[in-house]
Write a protein that binds this ligand. Structure first.
Ligand code: BGC
Length: 896
């Protein structure tokens, strides 16, 4: 069982200060930023009664710019303070203290900081390039630019702002400025370009300084599936703002005075890998006094003429290092390294080789039956790299800069037997804090959980992608929406999704075949596909549930309305008639694209669901006009769905799982037919011997819908199937991530014959949300989003002996853990300070549950106890608590 974390015996303290949901953010864009904090307390029922927040100007002896005074409020997340207005390009500090529910005041918190962005002020730097155009399918050399400048005195404060149409690595005085990768990220370049900023105050010195920029093609000039390229010339723009000790300001910007140089990266491309010629590498290329190799003047380009917006999501970084598990020699004499885990990133190559010796690396997720690397599933992605050695006396080490690979195996060729060589696996993804853990007594479920987490790491590289290895790696919206609930348990992904949603909105197109796109940022695929385009409504709503960040609703509401209105136009009778999308993509037993659920049924069901979300959003935002409008529309859509697809006896036309799951999951069925429909769903499952027959649309709904219908027993049965098609089938077959297809590889047939076959596709990992919200039972409460109030409703079944989940919320840690013996169930729950939960536990009577040997009705932190349908419900105040449920031996299993 999970053990409850010990909290120190002391007064309440305030910690984990965040501004706009981020720790010490650098580019706050809002004049009225929102503040959040956590209260740490050992007291049961601890909550906040009031707070006082102060904002200071930055630096030693910063003056108080704002003091909120004592504000009576229990709000500790996303708090906007009246009367404080942030100014552009400033550094601030802030702190607060709180009064608890007993009126006792805490100490002042530590100081936290935030800085503001340009807030719309003009970008002063020019855009530079090397003037060369990148051909489609080409992997050209990276571009190196630098500029030397004199500083008469040391800087008090210096900020480097960088933007790129491409991806950039900034350098200063001989070193990289940070370990951020693929900066400043991937927006929809048709509509916006990101910039980011770095504090370089300590690296600048009096005298000569040199700033360098290495520019890769990234997603801008690199070729993306299908032959998509935003523009053939990558460009970069940077600005250093220096506040000197005497108070004067020095600005340094990219312009025609910058020099271009030749550098060691001879080829780069996201899909195409990298070639690095170490003979051309001068580690001191951007140190003072160094001359450029074959220098040339930078070409000044016209400005892209689109808004420049600060990047908010945390950057991509190298996060973990894996040692290879095994290395062996192939028939062809290459070395094959096995990391034992399908991962995303690259390797650090360490090699002792001769000058000019070329070492080649090829990456793959799987092996052929003869033990050779399987690369057919990568399609046109070359997924290879070359290192040309310098011939240094000691071993040389190298990692690529502007590419990444999805792989478990790396094949190294070009080294001689006598030469020393090794590789380390560098796991690279967006640097998001892990928030959730899950563990249970079933080893295979734990592995499925781990596989999903690895799928998330690998596909959370800058934005939520379908897969990380072949020639796609795109922000497929359908994949993202089905996985979002799970992802938000695993990682603190609010800012990550908020940033991506800008690209989803940017992808929106008007007209009958319009809507949100199938991929965002848009790279040329369709718009308006049911279940994919609906991500534009589902993702902001889900992120709001998990984070309580209203900005998600405010920023996305108008486009959600546009989406509903556009669907209404193509659904005159309530049935959504439009160009076909992807349907129940990859449902088993059917050829790709021929799943049995009618497309219009899916499209109409999602039309209803997006409309429902628009109503919920409108209520939250106080938009009574839209609530009225869509509350009239929704019953019309439901009536059309019922007329067209639901028969008298509760059958849905195609009589298969996905159709039932949509009808029940999205509440499209008449009350009087609901029970009958559940029975039809059960029969549809039975027809497959309690195996799923669902693709991308139906799969995420199976377990949650069965649980919603009171059939968690069946949900467990389906989830625990070890044979095809089911989640544990790939686990039994050695998967270390989630596969794209239920049968991506089988012992009988080997690799799936269709080319499209990724071994790292997180979509089916969406079942892990059900591990958290049903097995462990930690569920968000839509009325109090962001975990201010929530539910703990574990459903104990599937023969599990124990299960435990923890969740780090902005308020603190939630724990829900249970373990079963023949005659009892022990439950541990932890509720963070300033929150509360409604709990539901299976029990035959209220008296069957005790806590610390006492009746729960005697506990001061428990209220509103009632027994209903075999479960005891009550509200629970903050604190850590254990329960014992006395059972007759079958109770827990039978009550799910
Ligand atoms: C992607 C998917 C995506 C699908 C659309 C595929 O190529 O990898 O995951 O959702 O196309 O059907």
């Amino acid at each position: 069982m999970a053990t409850l974390n010990k909290v120190p015996e002391s007064a309440d303290t305030v910690s984990s200060l965040r501004c706009e949901g981020l720790e010490s953010p650098r580019l706050i864009d809002s004049e009225r930023p929102r503040f959040s904090w956590k209260i740490v307390s050992v007291r049961r029922g601890a909550s906040q009664g009031a707070y006082q927040l102060r904002v200071f100007s930055s630096g030693a002896g910063g003056e108080i710019l704002h003091d909120s005074g004592k504000v009576e409020s229990d709000k500790s997340q996303w708090v906007q303070v009246d009367g404080f207005c942030a100014k552009p390009r400033r550094a601030y500090q802030w702190q607060l203290r709180i009064w608890n529910e007993r009126g006792e005041v805490s100490e002042w918190s530590e100081l936290a900081s935030f800085e503001t962005s340009l807030m719309g002020e003009p970008w002063p730097a020019q855009w530079i390039s090397d003037g060369r155009k990148v051909e489609l399918g080409e992997a050209p050399p990276a571009r190196y630019f630098k500029k030397s400048f004199q500083l008469p005195q040391k800087a008090m404060r210096a900020t480097l702002y960088v933007s790129a149409l491409g991806v950039v690595q900034p350098w200063l005085n001989g070193d990289r400025v940070s370990d951020d990768c693929f900066s400043p990220g991937w927006p929809d370049y048709r509509k916006r370009v990101f910039y980011t900023s770095y504090d370089i105050s300590d690296t600048l010195k009096a005298g000569e300084n040199v700033i360098g920029l290495v520019l890769g093609d990234g997603w801008y000039s690199g070729t993306l599936f299908l032959d998509h390229q935003y523009d053939p010339t990558p460009k970069v723009s940077a600005w250093v703002e220096i506040l000197a000790e005497d108070g004067s300001i020095v600005n340094l910007v990219t312009d025609e005075s910058w020099e271009g140089c030749q550098g060691p990266i001879r080829a780069n491309g996201i899909y195409f890998g990298e070639t690095f010629d170490a003979r051309l590498h001068d580690p001191a290329w951007c140190e003072p006094g160094r001359r450029c190799r074959e220098g040339f003047p930078a070409v000044v380009e016209s400005s892209p003429g689109i808004p420049m917006v600060p990047r908010h999501s945390p950057p991509v970084r190298p996060i973990e290092t894996l040692q290879p598990m095994e290395v062996r020699k192939t028939k062809a004499g290459a070395y094959l390294y096995d990391f034992g885990q399908n991962m995303v990133g690259w390797v650090r190559l360490i090699v002792k080789a001769k000058a000019g010796q070329e070492i080649s690396l090829r990456f793959g997720e799987m092996l052929e039956s003869d033990g050779e690397l399987h690369t057919a599933n990568l399609r046109t992605a070359k997924a290879s790299a070359s290192y040309i050695a310098k011939g240094a006396p000691e071993a040389e080490a190298w990692e690529p800069s502007f590419t990444f690979f999805g792989f478990r195996y790396v094949e190294l060729s070009g080294v001689e037997d006598t030469q020393e060589h090794s590789v380390l696996g560098i796991v690279v993804h967006t640097d998001l804090k892990r928030t959730g853990t899950f563990e249970c007594s079933n080893r295979l479920l734990n592995k499925l959980y781990s596989n999903t987490l690895w799928g998330q790491k690998g596909n959370f590289l800058e934005l939520p992608t379908d897969c990380p290895q072949r020639d796609e790696r795109l922000g497929w919206t359908g994949d993202a929406q089905v996985f979002c609930h799970t992802a938000l348990y695993n990682m603190d992904a609010g800012a990550f999704y908020r940033q991506w949603l800008a690209a989803v909105r940017d992808s929106f197109e008007d007209g009958p075949d319009g809507g949100f796109a199938s991929v965002a940022p848009f790279t040329g695929f369709s718009h308006g596909a049911a279940g994919w385009a609906d991500a534009g409504a589902i993702v902001p709503w889900t992120v709001w549930l998990h984070t309580g960040d209203r900005a998600l609703l405010e920023e996305n509401f108008e486009s959600v309305c546009d989406w509903v209105d556009l669907m209404r136009e193509s659904a005159p009778d309530g049935i959504r008639v439009s160009k076909e999308g992807w349907g129940d993509w990859l449902a088993p037993w059917h050829p790709q694209g021929e799943a049995p659920t009618p497309y219009r049924l899916i499209a109409t069901a999602y039309y209803a669901y997006s409309t429902q979300i628009a109503i919920w959003m409108a209520k939250e935002l106080g938009r009574a006009d839209k609530v009225r409008e869509y509350e009239e529309l929704l019953p019309e859509i439901k009536a059309a769905f019922q007329r067209e697809y639901i028969a008298e006896d509760g059958k849905v036309v195609s009589d298969e799982q996905t159709a039932y799951l949509l009808a029940l999951g999205f509440d499209l069925v008449q009350d009087e037919k609901r029970e009958a429909m559940i029975e039809h769903l059960v029969s549809a499952l039975r027809a497959k011997e309690d195996h799923l027959s669902t693709g991308f649309i139906g799969t995420p709904l199976i377990a949650p819908v069965l649980s919603k219908c009171g059939r968690s027993d069946l949900a467990y049965r389906v989830v625990l199937q070890e044979t095809y098609p089911g989640w544990l089938y790939s686990v039994k077959n050695g998967a270390t991530t989630i596969w794209e297809r239920w049968d991506s590889w089988t012992p009988e047939k080997g690799f799936h014959p269709m080319g499209m076959n990724s071994f790292n596709h997180y979509a089916y990992g969406s079942v892990v949300g059900w591990f958290y919200d049903t097995i462990a039972g930690i569920k968000p409460n839509p009325e109090f989003p962001g975990w201010k109030r929530f539910r703990i409703e574990p459903e104990m079944g599937g023969g599990l002996k124990y299960a435990a989940a923890t969740l780090q919320t902005p308020y603190g840690e939630i724990v829900s853990a249970w373990s079963r013996e023949v005659d009892r169930v022990d439950v541990e729950i932890s509720i963070p300070a300033n929150t509360s939960a409604s709990v539901s536990l299976p029990a035959e009577s209220v008296a069957a549950i005790s806590s610390g040997g006492a009746k729960i009705t005697d506990s001061q932190c428990i209220e509103n106890v009632r027994l209903e349908s075999g479960r005891v419900h009550f509200s629970l105040l903050s604190g850590q608590i254990r329960f014992r449920i006395e059972a007759d031996g079958t109770l827990a299993e039978s009550r799910i």
